[in-house]
Design a binder for this molecule. Structure first.
Ligand code: RP5
Length: 152
């Protein structure tokens, strides 16, 4: 994420990965304030065994796109809700990548972070049958928890 201030949002990704028992690391890496740290992180991720990167940022949210430009790993972008423009700035900054450098853009805020965690797990589950089984179980539990009527 681009700042510690993004953590309350990005924690939703970490929480679902915890629930699924998926390994992850959390890092503060800013495209604007720590560009060298961002480059080191993005360029070394694949060799360190990272399989998917979830990049959350707000405002002029260049982090997901810049990270994606430095790796061929899948990059999922989460637009963090900004105070001034409610995350529309973040969303538009992340979603409109030029052809050739993809970022999978999720929804603004916590639902987007949660879905980024789920999507990252889906990607890793393609080659991890244990995680795939946990993910299928989680999805079934979610379906089972939805009541069919408005009354008990
Ligand atoms: C972005 O600027 C961060 O991703 C964050 O969403 C936003 C504001 O950062 P802070 O000023 O709260 O550190 O780079």
């Amino acid at each position: 994420m681009g700042s510690r201030s993004d953590w309350p949002t990005m924690k939703a990704a970490a929480d679902i990965l915890d629930t699924l028992g998926a390994d992850y690391e959390t890092r503060v890496v800013s495209a604007h304030r720590t560009p060298d740290r961002m480059a080191d992180f993005a360029k070394s991720a694949k060799d360190r065994g990272v399989q998917v990167i979830i990049a959350g940022a707000g405002g002029a949210a260049h982090l997901p796109g810049m990270v994606a430009s430095m790796t061929t790993l899948p990059v999922l972008g989460v637009p963090v809700e900004s105070k001034a423009l409610k995350g529309m700035d973040s969303l538009l900054s992340i979603v409109q990548m030029p052809g050739g450098v993809p970022v999978g853009t999720l929804a603004i805020g916590e639902p987007g972070a949660r879905n980024a965690g789920l999507m990252a797990a889906s990607i890793v589950a393609l080659s991890d049958i244990t995680l795939a089984a946990r993910l299928a179980e989680w999805r079934k539990a979610q379906s089972d928890s939805v009541p069919e009527t408005v009354e008990d």
